[in-house]
Structures are given as structure tokens and as C-alpha cells.
Design a protein around this ligand. Structure first.
Ligand code: HEC
Ligand code: HEC
Length: 299
């Protein structure tokens, strides 16, 4: 791993890293970020030629106007085909440890091939996609991954509050933050600069219909475990969860208040009925809105 100070990526180009994030963006040794690779990756991200019938780009689902997600409960790809999972937001994934809801990709370079080859998404052999845009498969992978690392969200009211600006959060939001860290126990999984432990947990969302992490590891305790998502900009992108089954943050908070879906076996021990009052639930929701930040991408 190489840690790059982005104000030095190359002459004449620098990335201003929003407040609240690490000043270094990790990138693998064999794919250092450069202005050229970021710019190329950005063009590819919006390029519909990467799908078999030239109708779908990465940005079709990961819409920059919608915090790099969309409004659908389940992703819709080529020819209107419906996937089984929701499109996640993808800011700050440079710091991710594994990718997809089940963590099946170990790097962003590996991840980017998934949607291109997926018959329900872009449905094109990655070699063919790369040749359409005049690149090798490796060049396409590296450029897309570099661009993904440049998509950053920070400088939210929460970040400004942590940096010492007391007034950045309302009184209600401060109550919500206390609950988030304390009584509601959210921070045992949603922690750090990106509000995720990057680990897999069984919360019971979906009632066990999707095997989640178990399909990758075969470990029974990980049946229907999913990766903790970042909560940055979550308030901007309903619906929620890997299956888009919750319409609002209020629904999500009500779900946690009940201790998750307690009918699903192997539920994470951190989840217990919380006994939050309506006012406390509202405060928690107000705090989550303070995680809406400034999103930037590319150079
Ligand atoms: C048809 C909609 C769709 C398209 C097109 C699409 N994605 Fe996604 N993306 C998704 C869905 C759904 C997931 C989660 C899939 C899963 O977990 O099985 C996802 C997951 C991801 C993730 C993982 C995020 C994380 O936190 O684990 C990244 C990064 C990503 N996509 C980037 C891309 C790139 C780059 C492209 C274009 C090459 C692309 N996506 C095309 C819907 C789409
Ligand atoms: C045991 C770990 C754990 C705890 C504790 C926890 N979460 Fe989560 N959170 C997760 C996981 C895992 C998911 C994804 C579940 C899924 O989609 O199947 C998730 C999803 C979410 C989502 C949906 C985000 C999205 O993009 O869909 C929100 C919002 C959220 N959690 C907020 C909270 C709040 C608020 C609390 C405290 C009341 C909390 N979480 C406590 C692990 C946890």
C-alpha cells in the first residue's frame, strides 16, 4: 500500500480532501493515483459503451446527483433487468477493506469488473468493454479504481463539530450524537471517519432471504451478514439497506429500536431492543442528517 498526499499527485493537479477524512488516500503500489488515470477513469464511469447494448454506464446507477446512488430499492440494469440488491453510495471507498454488500471483491481494481460482467447490470465481457474504449482490461480496471478513490465526502456539519465548531450541530443533533455513541449503540459498528467498521454483521434485514457473506466464506455464523455501510450522505439516499426494504431513516431507526429482526438466527449480539422514546428517535434521525457532506470527485 502506498499512501499518497494528494496535493502532490502531479504537477498542476491536486485534490482537496474534505474536512474529516484522512489526508492520505491509500492506493495499491501497482496503481498509484495520477491526474491522467483519475481523468480517464471519470470518462469511463460515464461511458455507456461499457455495457453490451450501450445503454448503461456506472453513473446510471451511481448518479453523482444522488450521492452516487439512486432512488431504487433494487438496482435496475440492462434491458430493465432487476438485481437483488440496492445500489450503495460509493464515496470514501478508497478506505474500504472489501467491496459489495457481501465483501466479495478484495480491491477496487477487482470490484470494477463485477458490474461490467454482471448479466443483470452491464452484461459485457470486460475484455470487450476495454477494447471498445481502446484500452487493455488492466488499464480500464486501474483507471476506474483511481477515479473511485477520488470520490470523497466530508466537511459535513458533523465534521465541523468534531473540529471544534460547537454551533455546527443543533441541540437536537447533539442529543442524537450522544445517543448514537451511547444508549443506541450505533457506534459499535458505525465508527471512524467513514462511520463503518468495514465488517459483516447479521442484523436480520431481509429476514434471511439473501445469504450475504455466507455465500462467500461458507461460515455459518456469517449467513445473511452484510457489510456495515458508511452513513455519510445516507439521509440523501432513501430507500435503505442491502435490499432497499426500508423507505426512510425513521423506519431504520424503528428497526434498531426493536433490536433488529429478532426472528433471524445468529443476530449480532450488539443488537438489543433500545427503548428509545419518540423524541430520542427523532434526535437520532436529526443527527444522521448532519452526516450529509460535500461530495467531490475527479480532479
Ligand atoms: C445496474 C446498476 C449498477 C451499475 C451499472 C453499476 N453499479 Fe456499482 N453497484 C450496484 C449495486 C447493486 C452494488 C451492490 C452489489 C452487491 O453488493 O452485490 C454496487 C456496488 C458497487 C461498489 C461497491 C461499494 C461498496 O461499498 O462495497 C462500487 C465501488 C461500485 N459499485 C462501482 C461501480 C462502477 C465503477 C461501475 C461501472 C463499471 C458500477 N458500479 C456500475 C449497482 C450498479
Ligand atoms: C451490529 C452492527 C450495527 C449496529 C449496532 C448498527 N448498525 Fe446500522 N448497519 C449495520 C449493517 C450491517 C447494515 C447493513 C444491513 C443490511 O443492509 O442488511 C446497517 C445499515 C444501516 C443503515 C442503512 C444505510 C444504507 O445506506 O442503507 C443506517 C441508516 C444505519 N445502519 C444506521 C444505524 C443506526 C442509527 C444505528 C444505531 C441505532 C445502527 N445503524 C446500529 C450494522 C450496524
Amino acid at each position: 500500500m502506498r499512501f499518497l498526499l494528494l496535493s502532490a499527485i502531479c504537477v498542476g493537479a491536486s485534490i482537496t480532501i474534505p474536512m474529516g477524512l484522512d489526508r492520505y488516500i491509500p492506493a495499491p503500489d501497482d496503481n498509484p493515483m495520477s491526474a491522467d488515470s483519475i481523468a480517464l477513469g471519470k470518462r469511463l464511469f460515464f461511458d455507456r459503451r461499457l455495457s453490451r447494448d450501450r445503454t448503461i454506464a456506472c453513473s446510471t446507477c451511481h448518479d453523482p446527483q444522488r450521492a452516487f446512488s439512486d432512488t431504487r430499492p433494487r438496482a435496475v440494469g440492462i434491458a430493465g433487468k432487476k438485481g437483488s440488491r440496492r445500489t450503495p453510495r460509493i464515496a470514501n471507498r478508497a478506505w474500504g477493506k472489501s467491496f459489495f454488500w457481501d465483501g466479495r471483491a478484495k480491491s477496487l481494481e477487482e470490484q470494477v469488473l463485477g458490474p461490467i460482467a454482471n448479466s443483470l447490470e452491464m452484461d459485457l465481457e470486460p475484455e470487450v468493454a476495454a477494447s471498445r474504449v481502446g484500452l487493455s482490461k488492466g488499464e480500464m480496471q486501474r483507471a476506474l479504481a483511481s477515479y473511485l478513490r477520488s470520490i470523497l465526502s466530508g466537511d459535513s456539519p458533523y465534521d465541523r463539530y468534531l473540529a471544534g465548531d460547537e454551533g455546527a450541530l443543533s441541540l437536537r443533533q447533539r442529543t442524537g450524537l450522544e445517543l448514537f455513541r451511547g444508549k443506541a449503540g450505533c457506534a459499535s459498528c458505525h465508527l471512524g471517519p467513514n462511520l463503518t467498521d468495514e465488517e459483516f454483521h447479521v442484523t436480520g434485514v431481509g429476514g434471511g432471504a439473501d445469504a450475504g457473506r455466507f455465500a462467500i466464506t461458507g461460515v455459518e455464523a456469517e449467513r445473511s451478514a452484510f457489510k456495515t455501510p458508511s452513513l455519510r450522505d445516507a439521509a440523501r439516499t432513501p430507500p435503505y439497506m442491502h435490499d432497499g426494504s426500508m423507505a426512510s431513516l425513521a423506519d431504520v431507526i424503528r428497526f434498531y429500536n426493536e433490536g433488529g429482526n429478532r426472528r433471524v438466527p445468529g443476530l449480532d449480539g450488539e443488537l438489543q431492543p433500545l427503548g428509545l422514546s419518540v423524541e430520542e428517535q427523532v434526535a437520532l434521525g436529526a443527527f444522521l442528517e448532519a452526516l450529509n457532506g460535500k461530495i467531490r470527485d475527479g480532479l
